[in-house]
Design a protein around this ligand. Structure first.
Ligand SMILES: Cc1ncc(COP(=O)(O)O)c(C=O)c1O
Ligand SMILES: *[C@@H]1O[C@H](CO)[C@@H](O)[C@H](O)[C@H]1NC(C)=O
Ligand SMILES: *[C@@H]1O[C@H](CO)[C@@H](O)[C@H](O)[C@H]1NC(C)=O
Length: 416
């Protein structure tokens, strides 16, 4: 029992705001309405609204459980060797000359978030060879909200948005984006979504990526790819890696944070990979040696289970093929929901073309619904979505899609 009058050492702690997407799920869970729909959370759901353990993951879990050679010793600080250099090399491709030249390395990280975090901490300490906290970090407007805070917490002071979304035409603001690339300070850091941009579902075309690369090269901008949805954009891992591979082929030194949360359905296993592409193998070695120091003070050693699941899958041709098939199953369901939602809104005569629903790719759609319409959907119709109007297409199912379309129609026609 505290002595009378004693003051808590925590008295100055203020209550932090809840993380929006998890708050939304909590509100959804607390809603007793039987036909409620959750379009918020960024995770895959089956047509029965259930999480999906990929069949290939179930299979590999059994293989691992029965392998008596495995143990629970500490992994190396930089991660499981088979994970860090899987035969299939899914981001860069088997034929990457940068890999053959031994100037690509990796750090196993705690999810895509961990990969971004370790990359940001490294850049804060070593980018440009100095302690340059003033280097601007550009993130897309809008972006995954964690990008901002993550770079701030690494010590960067100047986080700036680059133009990305054109709300009027519901598509990419390419000239605005290029304009920012041209006018920003040289050597600025740019966080680029490798594919299936979160939250807009809108990616540059290959031609546009080429122009982006040209300006970034000329202006010595640093590329930090965030690849959280490989496979979800087109259903093909290769096609979804196009931009990253193109930048590597153009000779950039860069980082790429890879998440396996979505495409392996391993959300809670925290499986991520930070790829480092350096000018030569000596530089790579030095960078990795410093990454090792940063990991040591951050989580010291990464967890094994998820990395093993991924490595076993990628290193077996049969399991790899099965995984690609599982990824296609998820991507196809998203595509189906896109076309059905658009068709239903058109049938209802909801104002707007709704072409953006099928033009956008990946897990999310940026509907263009405004905050008032979102509020109406949540409060009056029990359809939960992010205030930005972002919906997770996998939240739609053959059972709830008619209801959701009807509610969106109401929101658009009743609420301005
Ligand atoms: C754009 C983007 N980057 C990174 C991540 C982080 O993924 P992970 O859960 O693997 O940390 C997410 C997850 O939602 C994301 O949407
Ligand atoms: C991690 O990144 C390295 C370097 O790009 C790559 O060789 C390796 O295959 C990646 N691991 C996985 C599981 O994709
Ligand atoms: C880096 O900069 C910060 C803030 O200006 C300073 O406190 C710190 O001592 C610097 N570190 C090094 C290694 O120079």
């Amino acid at each position: 029992v505290a002595p009378p009058g004693a003051m808590s050492v925590f008295r100055e702690v203020t209550l932090a705001a809840p993380v929006a997407v998890f708050k939304l799920t909590e509100d959804f869970n607390n809603d007793p309405f039987p036909d409620k729909v959750n379009l918020g959370v960024g995770a895959y759901r089956t047509d029965e609204s259930k999480p999906w353990v990929l069949p290939v993951v179930k299979k590999v879990e059994k293989i691992i459980a029965h392998d008596d050679r495995l143990n629970h010793e500490y992994l190396p600080i930089l991660g499981l060797p088979e994970f860090r250099s899987s035969a299939s090399k899914i981001v860069l491709g088997d034929d990457s000359s940068a890999i053959q030249e031994d100037r690509v390395g990796a750090v196993q990280c705690l999810g895509g978030t961990g990969a971004l975090k370790i990359g940001a901490e490294f850049l804060k300490r070593f980018y440009n060879g100095n302690n340059n906290t003033k280097t601007p970090v550009y993130v897309s407007a809008p972006t995954w909200e964690n990008h901002n805070d993550l770079f701030i917490s690494a010590g960067f002071e100047d986080i700036r948005p680059y133009s990305y979304w054109d709300a009027e035409k519901r598509g990419l603001d390419f000239s605005g984006f290029l304009g920012n690339l041209e006018s920003c300070p040289e050597r600025s850091i740019f966080v680029l979504h490798a594919c299936a941009h979160n939250p807009t579902g809108t990616d540059p075309s290959q031609e546009q990526w080429k122009q982006i690369a040209e300006v970034m090269k000329r202006r010595k901008l640093f590329v930090f790819f965030d690849s959280a949805y490989q496979g979800f954009a087109t259903g093909s891992l290769e096609k979804d890696a196009w931009a990253v591979r193109y930048f590597v082929s153009m000779g950039f030194e860069m980082f790429c944070a890879q998440s396996f949360s979505k495409n392996f359905g391993l959300y809670n296993e925290r499986v991520g990979n930070l790829t480092i592409v350096a000018r030569n193998s000596d530089l790579l070695k030095r960078v990795l040696s410093q990454m090792e120091k940063i990991v040591r003070i951050t989580w010291s050693n990464p967890p094994t289970q998820g990395a093993r699941l991924v490595a076993v899958t990628l290193n077996s041709p049969d399991l790899f093929a099965e995984w690609k098939d599982n990824v296609r199953t998820m991507a196809d369901r998203v595509l189906l929901m896109r076309s059905q939602l658009k068709a239903k809104l058109r049938t209802l005569g909801t104002p707007g073309t709704w072409d953006h629903i099928t033009n956008q790719i990946g897990m999310f759609s940026f509907t263009g619904l405004n905050p008032k319409q979102v509020e109406y959907l949540i409060k009056e119709r029990h359809v939960y979505l992010m205030a930005s109007g972002r919906i997770n297409m996998c939240g739609l199912t053959s059972k709830n899609i008619d209801y959701v379309a009807k509610c969106i129609h109401e929101a658009v026609t009743k609420v301005q």
